[in-house]
Ligand binder design. Structure first.
Ligand code: SAH
Ligand code: SF4
Length: 371
């Protein structure tokens, strides 16, 4: 079905609740929601006519008002280490990038939440591109849908994508409602049925939105920390001026106190040569994180054209890790994957037609909602 630029409802935009409302408004029985969610997300159909357990008349009615509109793949690249990167077209001349990382026994999909990002972290190429828009629910869950198609949708066996990380382009907590609805579909047994431990949201630290997330979603949380104190963090992550470290770590403590499912947080720490990687920085970091159930991921900095930093040397990263481990913190160095095709952390660029270059000043009053 040609369903590009028309105003029919995109069925991929509907999580279980909104689909139930949609069918109730049509005067249909609740079980239609179950049937259609399964067709879309478990069988991966892209035609309403393929939903063969719906009556012909319902299919005709649906085709008039709704369609299935996943993001379109513009380009695919395969790294020598098996990592795959896709360029996906989004309305308005924009595109985003999505990465699949296969590992022994699992496959991780790294997906985007926004076209570009308004937060302007100094070490991030997405940030350098400015911001265009929040992705819709269909554009977010559509990335998982597309990846399953590309990797071979397996009906009975395990899906190729076993883990999803919101670590592509954009700040997910600035697109709160759409990201939570899309993650609900990832966890929903009628859709992808992923365990909450296998879906991770990564944020640069919007404190009120972290508190809201704790109430709304059971997914795992990763915090882009990157510095042991406000002085360094202010320099590399402008968002720290809105929510300084102590406020952020307070939100992390509250998050882990919620229940069994949120019992630890992953802290990401990008290793920037001469900026945040000294022995003293490591000791200060260890002190700061005392009392928070934490795992630390050290990420070697991935350069991009025009980037102003260098990655810390290997020996420095090892030494930094040892200090943290000796202080009792579970610490691993993340393996760089797909760097030959610019698919590593912070290298995703897509094509962003920037609208609002920066809107930091308005952040604090916005409770984590953008555009
Ligand atoms: N906006 C969210 C999620 C996307 S960024 C966030 O900031 O958490 C995903 C991760 O990649 C973050 O930890 C981010 O800090 C890190 N990152 C960004 N640029 C990087 C680079 N050039 N090298 C290594 N990691 C980078
Ligand atoms: Fe945005 Fe995350 Fe990049 Fe910062 S690191 S600019 S928050 S995508």
């Amino acid at each position: 079905m040609a369903c590009r630029k028309d105003d029919r409802i995109n069925l991929l935009d509907l999580d279980r609740q909104s689909m139930a409302r949609f069918f109730a408004d049509l005067g249909e029985k609740p079980f239609r929601t179950h049937q259609v969610l399964k067709w879309l997300h478990q069988s991966g159909v892209d035609q309403i006519d393929e939903m063969t357990n719906l009556s012909k008349s319902l299919r005709e009615k649906l085709k008039e008002i709704a369609c299935i509109r996943p993001p379109q793949v513009k380009h695919e690249q395969l790294s020598r280490d098996g990592t795959r990167k896709w360029l996906l077209e989004i309305d308005g001349g924009n595109s985003i990038e999505m990465v699949f990382i296969p590992e022994e026994g699992r496959g991780t999909l790294c997906i985007s939440s926004q076209v570009g990002c308004p937060l302007d972290c100094r070490f991030c190429s997405t940030g350098k591109q400015g911001f265009n828009k929040n992705l819709s629910v269909g554009e977010i869950i559509g990335q998982l849908w597309v990846a399953n198609h590309r990797l071979g949708w397996k009906k009975e066996e395990r899906q190729p994508v076993t883990n999803v990380v919101m670590m592509g382009m954009g700040e997910p907590l600035l697109n709160f409602d759409n990201v939570v609805a899309a993650m609900d579909l990832m966890l929903d047994d009628l859709a992808y049925g992923l365990s909450r431990r296998r879906v991770t949201l990564s944020t640069s630290g919007l404190v009120p939105a972290i508190d809201r997330l704790k109430e709304k979603s059971p997914v795992s949380l990763a915090i882009s920390l990157h510095a042991p104190n406000d002085e360094i963090r202010n320099r590399i992550m402008p968002i720290n001026k809105s929510w300084p470290l102590e406020e952020l770590l307070g939100a992390c403590r509250r998050f882990t106190e919620r229940d069994e499912s949120h019992n630890h947080i992953t802290f990401e720490y990008v290793m920037l040569d001469g900026i945040n990687d000294s022995d003293e920085n490591a000791r200060e970091l260890a002190k700061r994180l005392q009392g928070i159930p934490a795992k630390i991921n050290l990420i070697p900095f991935n350069p991009f054209p025009g980037s102003e930093y260098q990655c810390s040397p290997c020996e420095r990263i090892n030494r930094f890790r040892e200090i943290l481990i000796r202080a009792g913190l579970v610490t691993v160095t993340r393996k760089t994957r797909g760097d030959d095709i610019d698919a590593a952390c912070g290298q995703l660029v897509g094509k962003v037609v920037p609208k609002a270059k920066r809107f930091r000043q308005s952040l604090k009053g916005s409770e984590g909602e953008a555009a």
